[in-house]
Design a protein around this ligand. Structure first.
Ligand SMILES: Cc1cc2nc3c(=O)[nH]c(=O)nc-3n(C[C@H](O)[C@H](O)[C@H](O)COP(=O)(O)OP(=O)(O)OC[C@H]3O[C@@H](n4cnc5c(N)ncnc54)[C@H](O)[C@@H]3O)c2cc1C
Length: 414
């Protein structure tokens, strides 16, 4: 019998693939339902995968092994699998969703296929440990307050990471692996909002706008790297959020974990050069259309009002002073705040607010052909427990489905 811990994205793919190969499968799931996190994905629409398969969207220390795994179960294999069980997709800017745009359709289709294949799922089963005993594995779990054990010939750890803790996730998988003696690398939250020092956070909290975002990471050894994104950001009382910030967050989290320094630089007028912005501010300071206006009034229309106010305070310009009294130094400071507002990043929001875990089991520990732990035949690791964190856009689910399918097939063959 194959025991699978976790009835989430990778666990369900593993169960279906193994059962299709004729294996007897039992899934242990601590929630009362399958795929609770899956239901929350893509704002309830479930972004399954993406037509843009550039390797840059799949991040981790071992890019070669990531590529090998994704070549075994490709995006097209995933789409064909879902079509087979009734999920045709809708494409939006390359992002793939179920045609119903309901994550529940994906979960229901997976559950129906598991039922058809007579996969046994024990809900409310909280797995507390796995031990190797000769050629088999003993899974210890509690269910309804009662402690039980199950002996299996192969065990697939598909219990995800601590990201999205509000959905009942935990780091149980990492703890189980460590106890088994499988090395687990450091792990941090990713696809997560950033905490940033901002004296004017209260003023700008809630402001949303398009911005160019540059994350600068200075490592302790003096190495400096820059990462860039563009899109809608949101100021919050703790720092900054929005898709471009989330995309860059894993670089910040890793660097801060290593003791590095991180800043985030926001360009609120990325369509213009700094010279063009400077000319525009000078025109407003000196032009007749703006005479007798305060600086704050003269900057109307460039960025939302609350942000305009914060820009002036940060540039040390009195917002009520007359625009025609702006000095060259002040104009330069305002331009700098509009095109390169730089905030020190002090951390990330916790795992509960993250979409994925960055780090975990190094891919060197597993055979990419099977996701089997090299030092422990019969033990397989999938999904978020492995060292791959994808960009926003369906890459994390694609990874979960691919590793689940590969592990399920290999466990059944074993
Ligand atoms: C809010 C949110 C939105 C997201 N949106 C997207 C998106 O649109 N597209 C995308 O690609 N990715 C998205 N992700 C990421 C994606 O959901 C995960 O990367 C993916 O689900 C990981 O799959 P997994 O199988 O490793 O873990 P999971 O899907 O988390 O499944 C793990 C399962 O194991 C169970 N479990 C855990 N511990 C135990 C235990 N001790 N005993 C028994 N069972 C246990 C859990 O209850 C869970 O059912 C999102 C994540 C979040 C939090």
């Amino acid at each position: 019998m194959i025991g699978i811990i976790g009835c989430g994205a990778s666990g369900m793919l593993a169960a279906i693939t193994a059962a299709r190969e004729g294996a007897s499968v039992t899934v242990f799931e601590h929630n009362e339902k399958a795929g609770r996190k899956l239901l929350a994905t893509g704002n309830g629409k479930c972004n399954l995968t993406n037509d843009n398969q550039s390797p840059d969207n799949f991040r981790g220390d071992d890019r070669e092994s990531i590529g090998r795994i994704l070549d075994i179960f490709t995006k097209d294999d995933e789409l064909a699998f879902f079509r087979e069980i009734g999920i045709v997709t809708k494409e939006k800017r390359g992002y793939r969703y179920p045609h119903s745009e309901q994550a529940a359709s994906v979960v229901n289709a997976l559950v129906s296929e598991m039922e058809r294949l007579r996969v046994r799922v024990i809900f409310g089963a909280d797995v507390t440990g796995v031990e190797k005993d000769g050629d088999s594995y003993v899974i210890s779990y509690t269910c309804g307050g009662k402690a039980s054990e199950a002996r299996v010939s192969s065990c697939i750890l598909a219990c995800g990471g601590p990201a999205g803790e509000r959905l009942g996730e935990s780091d149980a998988g990492f703890r189980i692996l460590k106890k088994l003696g499988v090395p687990v690398g450091r792990y941090v939250p990713a696809l997560v909002p950033l905490l940033a020092e901002n004296k004017h956070a209260k003023t700008v909290s809630g402001v949303r706008l398009e911005a160019g975002v540059t994350l600068t990471v200075s490592e302790r050894d003096g190495d400096v790297s820059e990462y860039q994104e563009h899109g809608e950001i949101v100021f919050t009382d703790y720092g900054v959020s929005g898709i471009p910030v989330m995309q860059l967050s894993r670089f910040a989290a890793v660097a801060l974990d290593r003791g590095g320094r991180v800043t985030i630089t926001l360009n609120f007028m990325p369509e213009y050069t700094a010279e063009e912005v400077s000319e525009e501010i000078e025109r407003r300071a000196k032009g007749e259309h703006f005479s007798n206006r305060s600086v704050e009034e003269a900057l109307e229309g460039l960025v939302p009002g609350k942000l305009r106010y914060a820009v002036l305070l940060r540039a040390e310009v009195d917002p009520v002073k007359n625009a025609d009294r702006l000095t060259d130094r002040e104009i330069a400071a305002v331009v700098s705040e509009l095109t390169a507002m730089t905030l020190t990043v002090t951390g990330t929001r916790p795992f509960a607010n993250a979409q994925v875990t960055c780090g975990g089991v190094a891919l060197a520990e597993i055979d990419p052909q099977s996701c089997e732990v090299k030092s422990m035949p019969g033990l397989f690791v999938t999904g978020e427990l492995l060292d791959m964190d994808g960009n926003c856009g369906g890459y994390n689910l694609q990874w979960a489905f691919a590793t689940g399918a590969i592990a399920g097939r290999a466990a059944a063959k074993r």
